[in-house]
Design a protein. Structure first.
Length: 114
């Protein structure tokens, strides 16, 4: 079954990180990537640009409202996602524990037949 691991964090912490801190984070992501590849669980993923670059489109009946910024105003934002193939939620949780992001939301991917 496929799961999406949503990497959630405080963008300000990343923006204020020095070179050594950033290198450590990148090293953590490289270890995580090797783990997923070694388990044949990697199905893709990407880092997302800052939430400041987001555009939100809201529909209300026939009216469409377009605003700059993310859907939710929060200190933590989704910074990226990883799609994994896991036998069950327990294995997806195992992968999330190994993810270097401070918080990881796990969501099953709905796969339609036909």
């Amino acid at each position: 079954m496929k799961y999406v691991l949503l990497a959630v964090g405080d963008e300000k912490v990343w923006e204020q990180a020095g070179p050594a801190e950033r290198e450590a984070v990148f090293a953590g992501w490289e270890r995580f990537d090797r783990l997923l590849k070694s388990r044949n669980a990697d199905r893709g993923g990407e880092e997302l640009a800052s939430s400041a670059t987001a555009t939100t489109v809201r529909k209300d009946g026939d009216q469409v409202i377009i605003t700059d910024g993310p859907y939710a105003e929060a200190t933590e934002q989704i910074g990226g996602f990883v799609i994994v193939e896991a036998r069950d939620l327990d294995e997806a949780i195992e992968f999330a524990k190994a993810c270097p992001s401070g918080t990881v939301e796990i969501r099953p991917v709905v796969e339609y037949q036909g």
